[in-house]
Design a protein around this ligand. Structure first.
Ligand code: GDP
Ligand code: GDP
Length: 438
């Protein structure tokens, strides 16, 4: 019996869209009219690398408005009874409605674990919008855009944390680090993988390119830890047909980002870091992954000092959200420098897992507020009270206070950068959640 995950929520919050995203296929009909999908849809798919059964309850909402809550409850009860986990979706753009609150209150009384999903958070307003969902008392909302595919990596992580244990070594030391090697075509990803594997040859499935799950590469790296490569279709040599390479490989990188913990971004030093590389780095940041930049083909670079300077300039100017990103110049082909890559990956992984105790965090927080008090919002004071770190992977800070959610962008950046410097977490995405209290 596969673990079953039900997608619940009032009509029009985006359940079917999320279902399609997670199922990876266009199954349910998505429409603006509430209740268009008539039947309950289900699909077998993989989430966070685990096979699961996914239920979409969208179709069960057809009802006259006055009875909609009753109907929703009846269909939800049925779904909850057979589920191991519920994804409770709210529309962060529309804000919480009485139906959401009633639904949330009901779910809190059930025994099934619930992941709160704040949908439609694409674009600049997304972060703010998701905050309101805290009021439901169902824990930290995972901000996603089902339509645009944002935030799915973090949703996968949340699902992974909630599903019943798989028959995997429970000991964290034994659990392989999930690594992705991403980069545009010809950056040297395959060559690098072979160099990392050393004696162990690259293992490919029987039909490369056909079954996505047929490839598993796992090895022990020089630091002594286990590593599992998250499948990147573009790494399978024989599958790399000379067609639409740019698109295919980028899509594979994006898919791998959702399942990995740390990503090695391979950049061709002869070409330098360009827009496409930056896009992948930003995607990795958005998915909340640790990142290490492998600056490849270093053997063929003539003016190393100038090349490095140019890279640093681009990173400073265009990738502030990953400030301090570790860069490892190397040659995948000759092997020079490759031995320093996995230690850098382990270090990034450790930072990505970093948790700061609440006391230490609040001493830092006080000092930050003393140095620069928060500005006024619409002429009124924003009073920040305290900070906690509800989760790591990536490090996430929650700040509580009156009108906290109105903190302007530059003050948020001040907090994030201050955290980064004080607690030495360079090159790791840092999430800041602001929670207004009254
Ligand atoms: P359901 O009734 O809960 O199954 O909702 P649907 O999946 O049918 O989506 C309702 C509407 O919201 C549709 O018009 C979708 O295109 C739209 N929608 C879904 N996800 C998103 C999103 O992430 N962002 C935005 N802006 N719209 C979305
Ligand atoms: P992928 O498409 O990212 O998997 O790239 P490949 O590993 O297939 O490498 C693309 C090309 O770059 C091949 O011709 C490699 O021989 C070459 N290449 C890879 N690594 C290096 C390197 O460190 N130095 C040099 N000079 N060439 C390299």
């Amino acid at each position: 019996m596969l673990p079953t995950i039900a997608i619940l929520g009032r009509p029009n919050v985006g359940k079917s869209t999320l279902f399609n995203r997670l199922a990876g296929r266009k199954i349910a009909i998505v429409d603006n009219t509430p209740g268009v999908t008539r039947d309950r849809k289900e699909a077998e798919t993989r989430i966070a690398g685990r096979p699961v059964r996914l239920l979409d309850t969208a179709g069960l909402e057809e009802a006259a408005p006055e009875t909609i809550q009753g109907r929703m409850r009846a269909s939800s009860e049925a779904a909850v009874r057979e589920s191991d986990l519920v994804l409770f979706v709210v529309d962060a753009r529309a804000g919480l409605t009485p139906a959401d609150r009633a639904f949330g209150a009901w779910l809190r009384r059930q025994t099934v674990p619930v992941i709160l999903v704040a949908n439609k958070t694409e674009g600049r307003l997304g972060g703010y919008a998701a905050m309101e969902a805290y009021e439901l008392g169902l824990g930290d909302p995972v901000a996603v855009s089902a339509e645009h595919g944002d935030g799915l990596g973090e949703l996968h992580d949340a699902v992974r944390e909630h599903l019943p244990e798989e028959a995997e070594p429970a000991d964290d030391a034994e659990r392989p680090l999930r690594l992705a090697i991403i980069g545009r075509p010809n950056a040297g990803k395959s060559t690098l993988l072979n160099a990392l594997l050393g004696e162990e040859r690259m293992i490919t499935g029987p039909e490369p390119g056909l079954t996505r799950d047929s490839v598993a590469v796992e090895w022990t790296d020089p630091t002594g830890g286990k590593v599992r490569l998250v499948d990147t279709a573009g790494l399978r040599k024989r599958a790399r047909i000379e067609q639409a390479l740019e698109k295919m490989s980028t899509a594979a990188s994006i898919a791998a980002l959702k399942e990995c913990e740390v990503a090695i971004l391979v950049v061709d030093a002869l070409l330098g870091m360009d827009e496409q590389d930056l896009r992948l780095a930003r995607l990795a940041e958005r998915e909340g992954r640790g990142v290490v930049l492998a600056f490849n083909k270093w053997d063929a670079v003539e003016d190393r000092a100038a090349t490095r300077r140019r890279l640093d300039d681009v990173l400073t100017a265009s990738l502030a959200q990953l400030r301090g990103l570790p860069v490892v110049p190397l040659s995948a082909q000759t092997g020079r420098g490759v031995e320093t890559l996995m230690p850098a990956v382990r270090a990034a992984y450790a930072l990505w897992n970093r948790r700061v105790p609440t006391g230490e965090l609040n001493r830092w927080f006080e000092a930050m507020l003393t140095r620069h008090p928060p500005p006024l919002a619409d002429g009124r004071r924003i009073k920040l009270r305290y900070a906690t770190m509800p989760k790591a992977r990536p490090p996430t800070i929650a700040v509580f206070g009156t009108r906290a959610e109105q903190l302007p962008e530059d003050y948020r950046r001040y907090l994030v950068n201050g955290f980064r410097e004080t607690f030495a977490v360079p090159g790791v995405p840092i999430r800041l959640n602001l929670r207004g209290t009254s």
